[in-house]
Ligand binder design. Structure first.
Ligand code: UN1
Length: 496
């Protein structure tokens, strides 16, 4: 069934000012149009920002526990509609159904978690250096926030940003990827059903170049939270700096798993397959590099290629499918180009390497799980984010060499080490220059109750999601209040 996705502004579903539309298409079967979507103009974004500005006055004064209760209700509605939303997600984005359900589950988790924050949002009370005076810090909302999200986690990533923004008392203009608007619309609808007042979340659709850029640079926006490519993220960070907006950019990755000679290789294999080919390699957390100790390199490579060869491509709604499609023709071309680059650079293509156009794959964007061995750290396929089912296997001499290789890219989102040696794991934990480190586990599977973000070109500005330093720090500012009840002028820092 084809859906119609309109914008949601000031509590009403509306067409775009020009009446223009675009379509979202099933990447596993391009004959299926998933939704016809409102194509926003600048006027639509202006309306959305104005509605958010208007709603901010009341929403910031709504008690935080009440705001949290609405998020809790949203979590309950999401849980009740998990399968419906998961199926839509597989149709619109392509990931296999169990992963789509996981995407929705992450949003449920974040709703409940941030609902609880409504009864915390704690500041501090600190003693004053002067008598009859007290001091405290209070979290206050930043204002109107732009939330710009990618297609690879069409429900979870919006929830990572929306829930902390809302519980903190901000209002929002949300622009999802133009490849996954129907999933985003369902999330917005659920927030409305949960009782979110009109204007608190506004929803505009369109491309990044048109709608996203205009929204990010809008003078009525106080903060921008973005997830997507490093190139776009750094552009947004620049706009934010020029205009004095608070910013969080979660960008690319070139994540690596280290496999030591003392690792449990069967366990490492499962982690490498899941991290490398889960979501068709389209996570910013995907394990696109395996850095393997030379003593186990050949053995592990054999195990890895044998397992990859067995993976079945297909429609994510089919329970037998291991690997779904990639998102669109442009990405498919880009990934195939990188596979060509790998071969030209002298890496050895061990398995995969081609688009699949046979049988169930005939009408979608499918690429075989692809492995390169004999990859050296300088090669482009070892340094640049491919965002597809392509894994580079690199040989390391020892732990120091492995850490140097992992840290030797411009990115720093996630790393992982498989080892049976507690000392090696401790050294890796300390030396790996990434925002997230896993020990004896793959690079994917970050949980909502901790901050999420990377070093170097992977992250700019505040981390997001939960925990200390996560989304609440992005979406609040500290207000410090000094109260003097001495009845006379007391001067701090002045000798008496
Ligand atoms: C992303 O790919 O942008 O850790 C987010 C994970 C997921 C989130 C990924 N929980 O892989």
């Amino acid at each position: 069934m084809k859906r119609s996705v309109r914008n949601f502004i000031g509590g009403s579903w509306v067409d775009s000012a020009t009446g223009g539309t675009f379509e979202s298409v099933n990447p596993a079967d391009t004959a299926e149009t998933v939704a016809t979507v409102a194509k926003s103009s600048c006027a639509d974004v202006d309306n959305a920002v104005n509605a958010a500005r208007e709603a901010f006055r009341r929403w910031r004064l709504t008690p935080a526990p009440k705001r949290g209760e609405i998020l809790f209700s949203a979590g309950e509605i999401l849980a009740g509609r998990k399968h419906e939303l998961g199926e839509l997600l597989t149709r619109e984005m392509g990931k296999v159904l169990p992963e789509a359900l996981g995407d929705v589950q992450e949003a449920i988790d974040m709703s409940y978690y941030m609902a609880g924050e409504g009864r915390r949002l704690a500041g501090e009370t600190i003693p004053s250096e002067l008598p009859d005076k007290d001091c405290k810090s209070v979290r206050v909302p930043v204002g109107v926030c732009a939330i710009i999200t990618p297609w690879n986690f069409p429900v979870a990533i919006p929830a990572w940003k929306l829930m902390p923004a809302l519980v903190s008392g901000n209002t929002v203009v949300f622009k999802p990827s133009s490849y996954t608007p129907a999933c985003a619309a369902m999330l917005v609808g659920i927030l409305g059903e949960a009782g979110l007042p009109a204007g608190v979340v506004n929803f505009v659709n369109g491309s990044g170049e048109e709608t996203g850029d205009y929204l990010a640079s809008h003078d009525g926006i106080d903060a921008i939270s973005f997830t997507g490519s490093t190139a776009v993220g750094l552009g947004i960070a620049k706009t934010a700096a020029e205009k004095g907006k608070k910013v969080s950019c979660e960008m690319g990755g070139k994540n690596a798993i280290i496999i030591m000679d003392d690792a449990d290789l069967a366990l490492a294999l499962e982690g490498a397959i899941w991290g490398g080919f889960g979501t068709s390699g389209q996570r910013c957390t995907s394990s696109s590099r395996l850095v393997v100790h030379r003593a186990v390199y050949d053995r592990f490579l054999d195990m890895f290629s044998a397992a990859a060869k067995k993976m079945r491509l297909g429609n994510g709604l089919d329970g037998k499918t291991d690997v779904g499609p990639v998102i669109n023709a442009h990405q498919m071309e880009r990934i195939l180009k990188y596979i060509g680059v790998g071969t030209e650079e002298g890496a050895k293509l061990v398995t995969g390497g081609k688009a699949c156009r046979e049988g169930v794959c005939g009408r979608g964007y499918f690429i075989e799980p692809t492995i390169f061995s004999e990859v050296t750290p300088e090669m482009r396929i070892a340094r640049e984010e491919i965002f597809g089912p392509v894994v580079s296997v690199i040989r390391a001499e020892d732990l120091d060499d492995a850490i140097r290789i992992v840290n030797g890219t411009p990115y720093g989102l996630v790393s992982s080490i498989y080892t049976g040696d507690v000392n090696k794991s401790a050294i890796a934990e300390r030396e790996l220059d990434t925002g997230i480190v896993y020990i004896n586990s793959s690079t994917i599977g970050a949980e909502v109750q901790l901050p999420f973000g990377g070093t170097k070109r992977s992250g700019f500005g505040h981390e997001e999601a939960g925990g200390r330093g996560g989304g609440l720090d992005m979406f609040t500012k500290w207000k410090v209040v000094y109260r003097d009840f001495s009845g006379r002028l007391q001067k701090a820092q002045i000798d008496r």
